[in-house]
Design a binder for this molecule. Structure first.
Ligand code: ZN
Length: 340
């Protein structure tokens, strides 16, 4: 096979392109999105590879990581979704995959015409899907047990109702991963007028989302004078994103975690206690949606990614059984990073 996933999580498409990881001797890295579990070896790549990203991913990298050098680096290239580029004897095209701002699927056409692809983390349905012969597939929800019995719209509505009701009684703390948090807050925009407070780091990240059309209003940095006044009044929403430290005493607040992984499949909201909830907002396709995605790519060979948790082994079995295609879980071989 021309595709592989290494122990570091680097996805290999042919002999020139790695995605979301560094492979020594590979001239190109495609960065599908900015979640931490896809950033392995990024500093090595900055030194040794040409890095291909979408414009929003570039802007987010600048806002959230120690990447002040990237605007000055000539080896980081911004590409348009849907516009193919020719590089190192192959053609690369990125298409939106619905997972978070800037995230993309990758299609690489090799010089012999073989098309290799990587889904990245993806949501479903999608307007455009890569067309490939061989595919590396995200396996986050790749088990038949992970079919959600509610839509994301229902989950969004439950989340908004919960915030609207709870903020009347005191502060509401919302915690989530990058992307999911911003999507959730933009759902709140019409429903609440209460101020939303976030760390300066998270505010910088939210500004990037605003540039790309997310409606995020009433957001105050914890450093702002007004924020201290709002906190003393006790009626506000506080956001906690990746890397934000939570206060030790949260007894006055209602805590809402946004995480589909910790939730039930038959109900979008769980109440842990009177002041603690989890809502199943997800930016990943579930099991049936994953099968639909694979069908749409036309892939004849699939490797399921087992390096990022999830259900790679069950998913490979399901693809063989349900779609009758050649599928195997990645065995994540370790290569010496520097090729010595
Ligand atoms: Zn992700």
């Amino acid at each position: 096979m021309k595709i592989d996933v290494l122990g570091s999580g680097a996805v290999q498409l042919g002999r020139a392109v790695s995605c979301d990881g560094f492979i020594y001797g590979y001239p190109i890295r495609v960065q599908t999105h900015v979640h931490e579990d896809h950033m392995d070896g990024f500093d090595s790549s900055k030194g040794l590879q040409r890095i291909i990203v979408t414009r929003p991913t570039f802007d987010l990298l600048l806002a959230i990581r120690d990447n002040a050098d990237i605007p000055y680096r000539e080896n980081i290239e911004v590409v348009q979704l849907g516009s193919p580029i020719s590089i190192e004897n192959c053609q690369i095209i990125l298409l939106d995959n619905g997972h978070m701002l800037g995230s993309a699927q990758v299609q690489v056409t090799l010089s012999n015409g073989l098309r290799c692809g990587y889904s990245g983390d993806f949501a479903w349905p999608l307007e455009k899907v890569i067309k490939v012969d061989q595919l590396v597939l995200d396996s986050t929800y790749g088990s038949p047990e992970s079919i959600r019995k509610f839509t994301q719209e229902e989950a969004n509505n439950r989340f908004v109702d919960l915030v609207v009701n709870r903020v009347k009684a005191g502060p509401v703390f919302i915690s989530s991963h990058r992307g999911t948090l911003q999507r959730a807050i933009s759902c709140l925009d019409d429903a609440i007028k209460d101020p939303i407070i976030a760390s300066p780091r998270l505010c910088a990240e939210l500004e990037v989302y605003q540039q790309y059309g997310y409606t995020l209003t009433n957001i105050l940095s914890t450093n702002a004078k007004e924020a201290k006044h709002v906190i003393s009044e006790g009626r506000y929403i506080r956001l906690f994103g990746t890397g934000d430290r939570r206060p030790t005493d949260t007894s006055e607040a209602t805590s809402i975690t946004l995480n589909a992984y910790k939730s039930r499949l038959d109900d979008p909201a769980i109440e842990y206690s009177e002041k603690s909830f989890c809502v199943a907002l997800s930016d990943h396709a579930d099991y049936e949606e994953t099968l639909e995605y694979v069908r749409a790519t036309g892939a004849k060979k699939v490797m399921t990614d087992t390096t990022r948790g999830g259900h790679g082994v069950e998913l490979a079995q399901a693809l063989k059984r349900e779609l009758r295609i050649d599928a195997q879980p990645s065995n994540n071989r370790y290569v010496r990073e520097w090729g010595r």
